[in-house]
Design a protein around this ligand. Structure first.
Ligand SMILES: [Zn+2]
Length: 317
């Protein structure tokens, strides 16, 4: 059976930004999880590349490192003819027809935009098609999940969500505080996505979502990207593929089968699920799903749900 993988979150661009010697083809084994060879090995048809800027950087609050990360996507990733940037629904179809790996560009935090919607519009022209408002900390738009005051969307953040809706940039709620999550859910005219979060009832981590939040995403017509972050899968001990399945099963039990996707967080994590350390190993998850679900259901989770969602949400041309 042909396996196709669509992944809604990885942080390889942040590693390329930190170490300019790194090569996306993977010439330094053990440093990058996501490389060209592993994407091909895994049968990845769609990979989201997040722009994540480390709070430790001196220029964290500016636009520069965001632009540098996008330049690296073009120079080091999209320079390979096997990959194609997905700007429109027809780009996605072309990729699938031609057997290319579709690259979706996303932001993991809009802090560097400093409230300027003009920057959001320019970033859309550079290819950004999804935006998480925050990382774990707070910024001008909203509070992230680790900000202790737990604030919601600011006025400027609300304007950003509306502009994302207008431009067709998918709003990603994964790192938001609970209050900001509900503000976005109430405000967004389009479906919302949690690109890399799991089920709070199964693993009580603030980055995971409660059943109420999961239901709100489903009701919006959005997606939940199950993530392979060990700390979000189980409270202690080594995480295994069975732990990923527990979270999948829980969301299916809530009626979320058509809203499930994958959000690996590869290159954003320092520990891995056993046997799930890079895109080349995700076939093992597919095999595990096939033991419990039909080929159609498993295929939906691996890629089908994400692809039909993007067909509906990306600009038509
Ligand atoms: Zn993240």
């Amino acid at each position: 059976m042909v396996m196709e993988i669509a992944d809604f979150h990885c942080d390889v661009l942040s590693k390329l930004l930190k170490d300019r010697e790194l090569n996306f083809q993977g010439n330094k084994p053990g440093i990058l999880d996501v490389t060209l060879d592993r994407l091909k090995e895994g049968g990845v048809v769609l990979q989201t590349f997040a722009v994540f800027i480390s709070p430790n950087r001196h220029d964290y609050h500016g636009i520069d490192p965001i632009l540098e990360s996008i330049d690296l996507l073009y120079e080091k990733v999209l320079c390979h003819p096997e990959l194609k940037l997905i700007r429109t629904a027809s780009d996605l179809d072309t990729c699938l027809q031609e057997g290319k790996i579709g690259a979706l560009l996303s932001l993991e935090g809009v802090g560097g935009l400093r409230g300027r919607l003009s920057m959001l519009r320019l970033l859309k022209r550079l290819g950004v098609r999804a935006a998480g408002l925050t990382w774990n900390d707070a910024n001008w738009a909203a509070d992230g999940v680790m900000e202790s005051r737990g604030g919601g969307l600011t006025e400027q953040g609300a304007a950003l969500v509306q502009e994302c809706n207008r431009l067709g940039i998918i709003v990603d709620v994964s790192h938001l505080s609970e209050r900001a999550f509900w503000d976005v859910a109430a405000l967004s005219a389009r479906p919302i996505v949690a690109s890399h979060s799991n089920v709070r009832e199964l693993c009580d981590h603030p980055r995971n979502l409660t059943e109420l939040q999961l239901r709100a995403i489903m009701e919006s017509g959005g997606l939940i990207g199950i993530t392979y972050v060990p700390q979000f899968l189980r409270a202690s001990g080594d995480a295994k593929i069975d732990d990923v399945l527990r979270h999948v099963e829980h969301i299916c039990a809530l009626g979320g089968e058509k809203h499930l996707a994958l959000g690996s967080d590869f290159d954003g994590i320092d520990r891995h699920v056993q046997g799930l350390a890079h895109p080349g190993q995700v076939a093992a998850l597919h095999e595990a799903l096939l033991k419990r679900y039909s080929a159609e259901q498993a295929g939906g989770i691996m890629s089908g749900n994400a692809i039909s969602f993007l067909r509906g949400q990306l600009p038509a041309d």
